[in-house]
Each structure stands twice: as structure tokens, then as C-alpha cells.
Design a protein around this ligand. Structure first.
Ligand SMILES: *[C@@H]1O[C@H](CO)[C@@H](O)[C@H](O)[C@H]1NC(C)=O
Ligand SMILES: *[C@@H]1O[C@H](CO)[C@@H](O)[C@H](O)[C@H]1NC(C)=O
Length: 274
């Protein structure tokens, strides 16, 4: 009888543990893939002209030429994922669910969520504790925004605000990116191709790249930095083709994007996008 009771109690406890486990299991373990509103924080940098947003660890260079403008953010280590998150879009809004949270009183009520593309890395600051200045230290998720973007959500006097964020997936065009096809900026030299892939719609995150000339086979490219991909094959004098794989598994094959005559330093735009 006692054994039976113990069995019943143990079964009930095991069941509860499973229920708890299921309930506490995050929707998605990777913070850069969440598609439901998730708590985080945001700060800002720079001034209203946004001059400081140029460049960045994703390798996009001039963000205006690339169509991203000021709708950008630097992501903390945990979100940046070694550059693999470059190009992903996120929506961010003030998190007013906790009225006592620091900075929340500076949030604008009913402000629309902002939409940004990840273009930069907010590196850890090990000299500061993660709850006092080391905002971008792992495992924290954090967004460092151009002042203009921050100002859509809150008064800048707040310094840091509680936010909620989620990945923003689009079928095609949307304001955080320029319209049109996937763009390839060809860098490097005849023996070292360094291709920046940008203006990628949909998931935004490129997980694999391949490149070929009309006289070669496909070269599987490796990520050099940000969204710059490299391949050590000589392609000069050949029509270039590309294959781009996005984080959701979809891929686009772009045949003969260029003619036999193409130039390093030029950007070529495909007719298709995700
Ligand atoms: C990936 O995302 C694109 C753009 O959002 C969508 O069209 C496509 O169906 C998705 N592919 C998969 C395999 O989910
Ligand atoms: C690309 O160009 C090569 C060489 O001119 C040609 O053989 C091939 O058929 C072209 N591919 C497509 C899909 O147009």
C-alpha cells in the first residue's frame, strides 16, 4: 500500500516536473531567432545627425548607400552571434509592463515599434558589471541604437530603457532595407574574392554563400567578417553566379549575375530576393 502511495506521489511529481519543464522551456533557445515579444534593453549612441552609424562590424560600410539609413542597431554579443545575425531585422518597443523598471517613465506612450536591421556589434565591456554599463556583456541581449531611433520610443534623458524585441520577417521589401534584389559588392583581388551580400529580405540572415564562374564549379565561401564572404578561386573574365542560403533554409540561385566583364569595387544587384 505504502509502495503504491509512493509510486503515485512520485508519478505525480514526475508529471509536475515535466509540466514545469514544458512551461519554462523558452520558445526559442537562440535569442536572435525569437519571433515573440521578448524582454531586453536599449541604449543609444551618437547625435541626431547619425554620422556615427557609418561602418560597423557587419561590413556594410556606408549605411546610406546600402539603403539601411538610420534604421540600424548594434547588437550585444549574445545577439550578434559572431556576425551571423548581421542583416536580420528586429522590431523593438518600450516595455511598459513593469512601471518600476529603470527608464520606463521616459517611454512615450503608444509609440509604434521601431524596425531596425542589425549592422553592428556592441562589444562586451568587461570593466563594467553587466547591470551597470556592461550592457552588451553576455548573456544579456541588448540593442545600442542611433539616437534618432531611440528617440522614437523614449526621451534620451532615460539613457537606458526596458524594451521588448522580436525578429521581423518580411516577404519582400520593407523600410529597414532598400527595395529590390539581393546585392553583391565584389571586393578583393583576382586571387581573393571578398563579397559583401546585402539588401537581403525575408529572414535577412545569410547562413551560406556559394559563388562560381562560368568555367568553374561552385566555390563554397567562408564568412570572413560580418556579411563579407570569401573564396580563393580566380574568376576574372567569367560570368559570376551566386547561391545564397538564408537562416530559414530557403536559398536563391542567381545565374550569370554579371557578364564576363565585371569590376572589383562594383555592386551587382540580382533580380530576385527572398
Ligand atoms: C523562408 O523565408 C522566406 C521569406 O520570408 C519565405 O518565402 C520562405 O518560404 C521561407 N522558407 C522556409 C523553408 O521556411
Ligand atoms: C550562363 O552563362 C553560361 C556561359 O555563357 C551559359 O552556358 C549558361 O547557359 C548561362 N546560364 C543561364 C542560366 O543562363
Amino acid at each position: 500500500m505504502a509502495a503504491l502511495v509512493r509510486f503515485a506521489v512520485e508519478s505525480a511529481m514526475a508529471l509536475m516536473a515535466i509540466v514545469l519543464l514544458l512551461r519554462t522551456k523558452p520558445v526559442d533557445a537562440s535569442p536572435w531567432l525569437v519571433t515573440t515579444w521578448t524582454p531586453s534593453h536599449a541604449t543609444f549612441y551618437g547625435t541626431y545627425d547619425g554620422a556615427e552609424t557609418m561602418g560597423g562590424a557587419c561590413g556594410y560600410g556606408n549605411l546610406w548607400w546600402r539603403g539601411y539609413g538610420l534604421n540600424t542597431a548594434a547588437l550585444s554579443e549574445a545577439l550578434f552571434n559572431n556576425g551571423a545575425t548581421c542583416g536580420a531585422c528586429f522590431q523593438i518597443r518600450c516595455d511598459t509592463t513593469n512601471p518600476d523598471a529603470y527608464g520606463v517613465k521616459f517611454c512615450y506612450k503608444d509609440a509604434a515599434p521601431i524596425t531596425i536591421t542589425a549592422t553592428n556589434h556592441c562589444p562586451p565591456n568587461w570593466a563594467k558589471p553587466s547591470d551597470m554599463g556592461g550592457w552588451c556583456n553576455p548573456p544579456r541581449t541588448h540593442f545600442d541604437l542611433p539616437l534618432v531611433m531611440f528617440s522614437y520610443m523614449a526621451q534620451s534623458v532615460a539613457g537606458i530603457i526596458p524594451v521588448q524585441y522580436r525578429r521581423y520577417l518580411t516577404i519582400s521589401r520593407y523600410p529597414a532595407r532598400g527595395a529590390g534584389g539581393i546585392k553583391f559588392s565584389l571586393g578583393g583581388n583576382p586571387y581573393f574574392n571578398l563579397v559583401l551580400v546585402h539588401n537581403v529580405a525575408g529572414a535577412g540572415i545569410v547562413t551560406a554563400m556559394q559563388m562560381k564562374g562560368d568555367k568553374t564549379t561552385w566555390c563554397t565561401m567562408t564568412r570572413n567578417w560580418g556579411q563579407n564572404w570569401e573564396c580563393h578561386v580566380k574568376f576574372t573574365g567569367q560570368k559570376l553566379s551566386f547561391m545564397v542560403t538564408a537562416s530559414n533554409g530557403s536559398f536563391r540561385r542567381i545565374d550569370n549575375l554579371t557578364s564576363e566583364v565585371w569590376y572589383f569595387g562594383q555592386t551587382y544587384e540580382a533580380c530576385s530576393n527572398f
